[in-house]
Ligand binder design. Structure first.
Ligand code: IMP
Length: 193
């Protein structure tokens, strides 16, 4: 009988990706599925704190095993910006086009284009919290390439490739992404339980 595990998100794409990776030992449920309709504010200044806010909020209310994730882009020459503010770097939440413009503008004239995506997962299992981290290193291109994916994908080229995330198929991106790597660590851990 699969154990229930809440993923603190309503993003159907994320749920699907996790469910595919996790196998049949766990039954992944979204916030909708458990009837949580509230807003969880990401008020932290680190990925760890924001991921933890998500999982702790749900654990405190439902006392169910659950996990939350938080991701973003860190650009070396910008001292780690946009970081935890990745979704709202240019002001308005989720305006990816404006966010990309701001990164490109802030990098004008800089030769160091190194960047990385990071995902931190906070898992609460039987009341105990565990963290898993995944990263993918790369560089920021000088303009946009590709139309797939979301967020900063059109300007992020992972090391070892000559195309951006937005030029990759979803399968290709999901095989090397920060989110996939963090997830794989969590799944490896869960399978040992
Ligand atoms: P979230 O924590 O997964 O919602 O990610 C926060 C923000 O980081 C997103 O709104 C994007 O701006 C950026 N981001 C996270 N993961 C990716 C990715 O795989 N590609 C492009 N942008 C991403």
């Amino acid at each position: 009988m699969p154990q229930q595990l809440i993923f603190v998100t309503n993003n159907a794409h994320k749920i699907e990706e996790v469910a595919a990776k996790i196998g049949d030992q766990f039954d992944i449920l979204s916030l909708d599925a458990i009837g949580f309709a509230g807003d969880i504010e990401e008020t932290g200044t680190t990925f760890h704190v924001n991921a933890s806010i998500k999982s702790q909020t749900i654990y405190q209310q439902f006392k169910l095993n659950c996990f939350g994730d938080d991701s973003g882009l860190e650009v070396m020459a910008l001292n780690g910006e946009p970081g935890v503010y990745s979704a709202r770097y240019a002001g308005e939440h989720g305006n990816h086009d404006a966010n990309i413009d701001k990164v490109l503008k802030n990098l004008e004239g800089k030769t160091d284009r190194r960047a990385r995506f990071i995902t931190v997962i906070s898992l609460i299992l039987d009341g105990k919290e565990y963290f898993f981290e995944g990263t993918v290193e790369g560089t920021i291109r000088r303009e946009r390439f590709g139309a797939k994916g979301f967020g900063y994908d059109p300007i992020f080229q992972p090391d070892g490739y000559d195309i951006t995330f937005a030029e990759m198929t979803m399968e290709e991106k999901n095989s090397i992404s920060h989110r996939a790597r963090a997830l794989e660590k969590m799944v490896g851990f869960l399978k040992q339980q």
